[in-house]
Design a protein around this ligand. Sequence first.
Ligand SMILES: Cc1cc2nc3c(=O)[nH]c(=O)nc-3n(C[C@H](O)[C@H](O)[C@H](O)COP(=O)(O)OP(=O)(O)OC[C@H]3O[C@@H](n4cnc5c(N)ncnc54)[C@H](O)[C@@H]3O)c2cc1C
Length: 514
Amino acid sequence: MQQIRRDLYCDVAVIGGGVGGCAAAIAAARRGLHVTLFEKGVTLGGLATNGYVPQVAGNIEGICLEFCRKLDEAGQLLQRGDVDYYRNPSFEPEWGKLILESMVVSSGARIMYDAACVDVEMADENTIRRCVFHTKQGKIAVTARIFIDATGDGDVAEMSGVPYEVGGADFAGLSMSTTQGSRWAGLNVPKYMEAEKAYRQKQLDEGVKIPVSLCWDLEEKRIAEGKLVRHVSNKYTGFFRVMIPNTPEDNAEFVTFAFHSYYCQNTDAENISRQILEQHTLMKQFMLFLRECVPGFENIRLIGTGALPGVRDSRRVFGEYMLKAADVCCGTKFDDGIARFPEVLDCHHPTSGTLMFQRHFHMKEPQGSAVTIQHGCPAEMHPFGEPEGMEVRPNPRDYCEIPYRSLLPRKVDNLLTVGRCCSSEFHANGAMRIIGPAMGTGHAAGVAADMALKRGVRPRDLDGKEVRKVLIEEENVPLDEPCSGHWAMLRNAPGEIHVAPVGDYAAIEGVSMF
Ligand SMILES: Cc1cc2nc3c(=O)[nH]c(=O)nc-3n(C[C@H](O)[C@H](O)[C@H](O)COP(=O)(O)OP(=O)(O)OC[C@H]3O[C@@H](n4cnc5c(N)ncnc54)[C@H](O)[C@@H]3O)c2cc1C
């Protein structure tokens, strides 16, 4: 057994430098704690940057808002019109890495790159003494008063014996589809849009009620020729892409996370490798297809594949409170709400490449602001058994809150979790995992670590209502006000909320959801 080559000491050790970990380190260091952030890679941002998912969904506030503003000031944020500033802005992932790094360094936290946490030494069964990292120097260790697991996959929680869950109960333990992001150059956007528009018009002129996208139909032909294994485009809206700022319209760069794998088991090493191999195969097939067949894509080049597996969900620890799908759909508010989520239920279907999403949940007695409909799912939606109750969706005019208790893992007293591994049911993880809430939980954990250490208590002994109060009063997170920006616009929009039938993306207009 290799000896520990170096021992580090700090108040708070944050393990994982994704958006959740960065927010936690920044918040704790700004409040005067001695903080070290450990990251197994050599840049920050996790999936949001290194996974090529540079698109901030959710309510943007607190440190997340600061991050977006800095990107904006640097001219690296792509807004979708004035009112849409708070709705899914995309950003240049390379700048995202550098801006997060500056924010962490300026906060006073130390960064240790190229340090993968591989072991945990317990002081007793409820207390972590040290986390051990594999580095170029050999094994190093950090002793801290509080540890924050920001690994996305709950690695530290797992190694310290915290119970956890993987996958959906209604999907026999399978996880959401996974998707390695990829970055492309050379797209002629106007040419592609024109071709899609003309194709749609042609179908309408021929009396087709719901026209399908050109890209979808071209894929269909290519599949029939045996040159593509399956569709990746949206049947109605075409090829999914998130634009990179500051690249010309007729020679644009974009990222896409359209190359999915299904039946994923995200704590199984070989299963993860299978997914990546499959996604690389899709990328190669689609590079040829898009160049040869789709107008506007003739000159595209693949210029980057994500440096992380495109895992949406893996371990979700059991915490003091497990956020429920019902909470997300019904807009539950908590006295100790420390972050929030006004989005669609962002669950990517674990098994169906045709449906792609399951953006609803089934409940017998929905309450609160849930949007409910009765119209029965296709069999493919629930391959392991029909759920009881009607379809429910979160109301886009409302939001749910994430309670402080979801950050408190059972069993281990000096550990907090942030980001996508927090305590949530499978479908509720669609709320916890996206960038806005991931940074919100990180922000809250950094604040809570400070409060616990100053009071000499365990994080679980804090009253979550007080953490919320500090976030509102000292950290400028307006949790006591309704969501702003895009969400305020939806809240105030006149008319009914329209739910398109499952799989029917064409019927979207006004305040609509699917
Ligand atoms: C394909 C895809 C598309 C998505 N699309 C969107 C979107 O459009 N909008 C949106 O808001 N969200 C989206 N998400 C979700 C979102 O990107 C992530 O859930 C979010 O960024 C998670 O942040 P995190 O900090 O919790 O975890 P991660 O981003 O996973 O960060 C974890 C970090 O910890 C490091 N790490 C892991 N293990 C260790 C270890 N043992 N030791 C040291 N370091 C470690 C990793 O290298 C990484 O940097 C998407 C996710 C995927 C996969």
